[in-house]
Design a protein around this ligand. Structure first.
Ligand SMILES: [Zn+2]
Length: 70
């Protein structure tokens, strides 16, 4: 997914694996936002769970739970 840095205003990409890992972590730790590190200026951008889920519609909390039980 593409993120536009709120600090330097430059876009950068987030890999699908990063998005899925972020969703897993947020779900496990009950966080609403993911802190994404801008590769241009080094500042963190807050990305909401909704935004991440939009780029990874196949992710569901139930699937994560199944994965953990395996
Ligand atoms: Zn930046």
């Amino acid at each position: 997914m593409q993120i536009r840095c709120r600090n330097c205003n430059r876009p950068y990409g987030l890999k699908k694996e990063e998005v899925l890992a972020a969703l897993d972590t947020m779900h496990a730790e009950e966080q609403k936002y993911y802190q994404s590190h801008c590769p241009h200026c080094g500042k963190n951008n807050l990305v909401s769970q909704k935004e991440l889920q939009r780029s990874a519609p196949s992710w569901t909390p139930a699937k994560t739970a199944e994965k953990l039980e395996e």
